[in-house]
Design a binder for this molecule. Structure first.
Ligand code: ZN
Length: 709
C-alpha cells in the first residue's frame, strides 16, 4: 500500500509556456490518452521504457496548469469549481504514476531505476508547490468556512474536510515566521531521513558476521552454507563464511545455529550494527530527528509529534494507541513467562548453563516446536497447489461471501508473461473490475507482497478498479507442480483482502475511494481476509493433494493450528515493544532536551512491563527504518491495531454463522465499500456494534489460557 493518491494536495507554479508537439506526441506516447483497453487497463503492449519520463514531465506541467487555473479562477469559489475541479485534475500524471510505480516495484530495470531517481524528487517538489499555494488554500478555506450552507451531501462534506485538514496540516494556517521555520525543519528532516537510511544500509552491510570455520555454523542446511560461502567470497573473504544481516534485530539463522557462541556473535553483530561510533552510527541523527519533530508539532500547537501525526488515523491520539497496547501487556507478560520457562528447561536439557538469552530463544523455540508438535511445514505443501488455492480457495471464499465470479482473460496485455489477468463480476453478473496476479519471485522484483491499483475507482471519473496483487513465491521448475507454503497461502488471502477493498470501492471522488484510508485501518480488510485461508469449509474446498486429489487430513490441520499458537508471546512481544518505543520517541515534547539514545531506549524499554531482556524489540531505535525514514513515525502500532479490528470482525462472523452471503454482504456494505467516506470509528462500530476490543485478538494469538482442566 504505497500509492496513495499523492496528487491530493495539488499545487501551482507557473512553469512557463512549455509546448508540446501534441499531434505527434499523442500518437507516440501511450500515456497521453486514456488506454482503450477494457477498464482503461495499461497498454503494456505499447508502453516503452522511454515513454515514462516524457509522460511524467508533461503530466506535471499539465497538472500545474490545471491547478493554477483553479487557484486563479475569477469566479467565487464553489465546491464544483474548486474541489471537484481538483479531483478531476492531473489525469495524465495519475496514469503514468500508477503504471510506472506498479511496474517499477514488480519488474524493474536499470532504465526504470534512472526514471525513478530523476522523477521522485521532482514529484515531491511538485506536491510541495501545491501544498504551499496560498491562493488555492484561500478558496478551500472559504468553502470550508461556509460548509454548513453549501448543501453538500455526506461524501462531499467529508471530501471538503479532508482537503482542508491536509492543507492545514501542511502549514497553510501558520503565520509567516512559523512557515519559514517549518520549511527549514522539513528540509533538515528530509536530509536526516535520507542520511539515516544510507547509514543503516551501510551498517547492515559492514555488520555482517564473518565466520572462519564451517564447524561454527553447524545446524545450517547445505543451501544456507553455500550462500554464506559465496557471500564471503563476493566480499573478499575467500574460504570463509558470511552471514548477512536483515533489517530486524533477530536473524533467521538463530533458529538453526547449534553453537551458542556463534548465535551470540550474530545477535550482537545485529544489535550493535548502527551503534559503533563509526561513520554508520545513527544515534546522533535520531536524537536530532526526535527533537526536530517535537518542534514541528509545537509549531502547530500539538504537545508532541505523535499527537500531530495521529490526527487523521482511526486511533486519533497517542493515548488511544498506547492504551490499546497496554491492554495487551498482562496476558502477554504471563505467556512470556510461561514460554521462557519451557525454553529454559529445553536449554538445560541441552546441557547449557546460565539464563536463556535473546540469541537462545529462537533456537530453543524451534526445537520445542519440532518435538512438542511433531509438525513439519513440508507436510502441508502437497495440498497447496497455487492455481487450486487461487480459484478453489481465494475465489471460492469471495464467491461464498460476496457472490463474485471470476473469468480469466488472455486478451489484456501484461508487463511480464507470469502475470495472470482475471475479470471480476459482481453477484448480479455486472462487471466489477480487473485483477492482475503476479506471484513469482524474480530478480527484478522488490521483496515482500503488496496490492495497489493501476486504475482507481471513481464515479466522477467514470473509472472502475484495475488492481494488482504481487508476491514473491518460489516458482516451480518447468513440468513440476506449483506447490506453495502455508505462509504463501496466507499471503494470497491477505493481498486479495486489499483487492476486495479496492474492488468494492463505490465512491464518487477518487481521493476518498477504496483503499485510500488511514494506516491503522488499511490492513484491516486484508488481515480479515486471511481468516478464510484455514476456515474448515474453505480449506476443505481447495486443499487437496496434488497427486491423489485426497483432502488434507484433519489431524494435519489440527497439528498446524496448535503449532501456530506456540511462541506467540515472542512474536507479539517484539512488536509491542517496538511500537511502544516508537510512540515514546514521538511522545517527547519540544522542551525536552536532546536525548542520549541508549539511555532513553533502555529506560523506556525497561518501563513496559514486558520481558525485554529475553525478547528485545523487533527493531531498536538505531535501526528502526520504519519510523526514522519510511513514513511510519508514531505509526508502527497500526499493524497491531488492525489485527484487533480484524479479529473482532472475524469473531462477529463466527458468532453469526461464518461464511455466508448475508454476512459477506453486511461486511461489504458497512466496511469494504465505504472507502474514506466516514469516520473510521463510526464505520467500525456500525459493523461490530461496539468499540474494538482486544479479547478476540488475544484468543487468536493463543494468549488466553484455556479454562478447561
Ligand atoms: Zn497488507
Amino acid at each position: 500500500m504505497r500509492l496513495k493518491r499523492w496528487i491530493l494536495l495539488a499545487g501551482v507554479a507557473s512553469m512557463g509556456a512549455l509546448s508540446f508537439g501534441a499531434a505527434h506526441a499523442a500518437s507516440a506516447n501511450p500515456f497521453f490518452q486514456p488506454s482503450s483497453y477494457p477498464y482503461q487497463a495499461p497498454a503494456f503492449d505499447r508502453i516503452k521504457e522511454s515513454d515514462y519520463q516524457p509522460a511524467f514531465e508533461r503530466g506535471m506541467v499539465e497538472h500545474l496548469r490545471e491547478v493554477n487555473a483553479i487557484a486563479k479562477d475569477k469566479a467565487a469559489p464553489s465546491f464544483e469549481n474548486t474541489i471537484v475541479a481538483l479531483e478531476k485534475s492531473g489525469r495524465l500524471l495519475d496514469r503514468v504514476t500508477e503504471t510506472f510505480f506498479g511496474v517499477y516495484q514488480a519488474n524493474s530495470t536499470p532504465a526504470l531505476d534512472r526514471v525513478q531517481s530523476r522523477e521522485a524528487p521532482r514529484l515531491a517538489q511538485h506536491q510541495d508547490e501545491i501544498n504551499l499555494n496560498a491562493r488555492l488554500f484561500a478558496r478551500i478555506k472559504t468553502l470550508y468556512d461556509q460548509r454548513a450552507t453549501l448543501g453538500l451531501n455526506a461524501e462531499q462534506s467529508q471530501l471538503l474536510e479532508v482537503y482542508y485538514q491536509q492543507f492545514v496540516h501542511a502549514g497553510a494556517l501558520l503565520p509567516p515566521a512559523k512557515k519559514t521555520r517549518l520549511r527549514a525543519i522539513n528540509k533538515r528532516e528530509a536530509e536526516l531521513e535520507s542520511a539515516y537510511q544510507q547509514r543503516l544500509v551501510a551498517a547492515a552491510r559492514d555488520g555482517a558476521l564473518v565466520v572462519d570455520q564451517k564447524e561454527a555454523l553447524a545446524g545450517l542446511d547445505d543451501a544456507a552454507l553455500m550462500n554464506a560461502q559465496k557471500a564471503a567470497s563476493d566480499r573478499h573473504h575467500p574460504g570463509k563464511f558470511l552471514l548477512s544481516l536483515q533489517n530486524t534485530v533477530q536473524q533467521p539463522e538463530l533458529e538453526a545455529l547449534q553453537s551458542r557462541t556463534t548465535r551470540q556473535a550474530l545477535f550482537e553483530a545485529s544489535w550493535t550494527r548502527a551503534e559503533r561510533g563509526d561513520a554508520h552510527d545513527t544515534r546522533a541523527i535520531i536524537a536530532e530527528l526526535a527533537q526536530l519533530r517535537a518542534e514541528k508539532a509545537a509549531l502547530f500547537g500539538y504537545p508532541n509529534y505523535a499527537a500531530y501525526v495521529l490526527y487523521d488515523q482511526m486511533a486519533k491520539t497517542p493515548e488511544a494507541a498506547t492504551g490499546f497496547m497496554q491492554q495487551l501487556v498482562p496476558a502477554l507478560a504471563k505467556a512470556q513467562k510461561r514460554e521462557a520457562s519451557l525454553l529454559q528447561k529445553a536449554m538445560e536439557h541441552d546441557k547449557q548453563t546460565g539464563t536463556l538469552q535473546p540469541w537462545d530463544w529462537p533456537y530453543y523455540a524451534a526445537q520445542v516446536k519440532r518435538e512438542k508438535f511433531a509438525f513439519n511445514q513440508d507436510e502441508l505443501k502437497p495440498y497447496f497447489e497455487l492455481n487450486h488455492v487461487l480459484t478453489d480457495g481465494v475465489f471460492y471464499a469471495a464467491e461464498q461471501l460476496y457472490g463474485l465470479h471470476f473469468k480469466q482473460r488472455h486478451d489484456i496485455p501484461t508487463y511480464h508473461p507470469d502475470v495472470m489477468v482475471y475479470e471480476v463480476f459482481d453477484h448480479d453478473n455486472s462487471p466489477l473490475g480487473l485483477m492482475y496476479f503476479d506471484y513469482f519471485k524474480r530478480d527484478t522484483k522488490s521483496g515482500g507482497a503488496w496490492m495497489s491499483n493501476f486504475v482507481g475507482q471513481s464515479h466522477l471519473l467514470g473509472t472502475k478498479p484495475v488492481i494488482y496483487n504481487v508476491a514473491n513465491f518460489a516458482k516451480a521448475s518447468a513440468g513440476q507442480p506449483q506447490l506453495i507454503t502455508s505462509d504463501d497461502v496466507v499471503t494470497m488471502f491477505h493481498e486479495f483482502g486489499h483487492a476486495l477493498h479496492g474492488l468494492f470501492a463505490n465512491q464518487t471522488y477518487p481521493t476518498l475511494s477504496g483503499t485510500n484510508v488511514a494506516r491503522d485501518f488499511v490492513e484491516f480488510p486484508s488481515q480479515f481476509n486471511e481468516n478464510w485461508a484455514f476456515d474448515p469449509k474453505v480449506l476443505a474446498h481447495y486443499a487437496r493433494h496434488y497427486q491423489t486429489g485426497q483432502p488434507i487430513p484433519e489431524a494435519l490441520v489440527a497439528k498446524m493450528k496448535k503449532a501456530a499458537h506456540f511462541d506467540q508471546s515472542y512474536a507479539l512481544g517484539e512488536i509491542v515493544t517496538a511500537a511502544t518505543l516508537d510512540l515514546r520517541w514521538h511522545g517527547l515534547s519540544a522542551t525536552a532536551p536532546r536525548q542520549k539514545v541508549d539511555m532513553f531506549e533502555a529506560q523506556e524499554l525497561g518501563s513496559m512491563g514486558l520481558d525485554v531482556a529475553q525478547i528485545p524489540p523487533r527493531y531498536r531505535s538505531s535501526t528502526f527504518l520504519h519510523i526514522w525514514s519510511n513514513g511510519y513515525a508514531a505509526g508502527y502500532y497500526a499493524y497491531l491495531w488492525t489485527e484487533m479490528l480484524d479479529q473482532d470482525a472475524f469473531a462477529w462472523f463466527s458468532a453469526h454463522g461464518g461464511l455466508t452471503r448475508a454476512n459477506g454482504q453486511r461486511f461489504r456494505d458497512l466496511i469494504l465499500s465505504q472507502g474514506h467516506t466516514q469516520d473510521y470509528g463510526s464505520m467500525f462500530r456500525a459493523f461490530y456494534g461496539q468499540n474494538p476490543d482486544i479479547e478476540p485478538m488475544l484468543r487468536h494469538r493463543g494468549l488466553v489460557e484455556d479454562m478447561t482442566p
